[in-house]
Design a protein around this ligand. Structure first.
Ligand SMILES: O=C(CO)[C@H](O)[C@H](O)COP(=O)(O)O
Length: 150
């Protein structure tokens, strides 16, 4: 799986942990930064860059990481066509793929151990979109709204 990562200072350690963990698991992982720890940095540019990379690479997935994952998920969702879901356990990670066909997971590094976060992200990456008609219908309604703002 091609995977794009972005974070802020609060997610920096987990981002680097996931980079090694996912590469060790055979994933093709691209780090959209930051490359250096900066306690004053801001998550939007890094998370938007990760979401844009996913948008431009059909079939890839992204992970955006912060303290809570909330703002990171919001940033990713600003990229047209991207569905980013906050994942906080294995079930929400699986449902984000099965029901929402989310291409990006947001996760809070302050909410989990490194190992637990890696398990959640492993689940997100390993779970397939169900393709169920009712879920596609709901996604289509979101896509329509995004296109028309009405
Ligand atoms: O989770 C986040 C956004 O949703 C950020 O990582 C968090 O707000 C950073 O906080 P601070 O600047 O106090 O370290």
């Amino acid at each position: 799986m091609r995977v794009y990562l972005g974070c802020d200072h609060a997610g920096f350690e987990l981002k680097n942990y996931l980079l090694e963990h996912l590469r060790g698991g055979g994933h093709d992982v691209t780090d959209l930064g930051p490359q250096e720890y900066d306690a004053e940095d801001d998550y939007p540019p890094f998370c938007i860059a990760a979401a844009e990379a996913v948008r431009d690479d059909e079939g890839s997935l992204g992970v955006v990481i912060g303290g809570s994952g909330n703002g990171e998920q919001m940033a990713a969702n600003k990229v047209a066509g991207i569905r980013a879901a906050l994942v906080y356990n294995r079930e929400t990670a699986a449902l984000a793929r099965e029901h929402n066909n989310a291409q990006v997971a947001g996760i809070g590094a302050r909410m989990h151990s490194l190992e637990e976060a890696a398990e959640i992200i492993d689940t997100f990456l390993a779970t397939a979109w169900s393709g169920a008609e009712r879920h596609q219908r709901r996604i289509d309604l979101l896509t329509d709204y995004e296109a028309k703002h009405a």
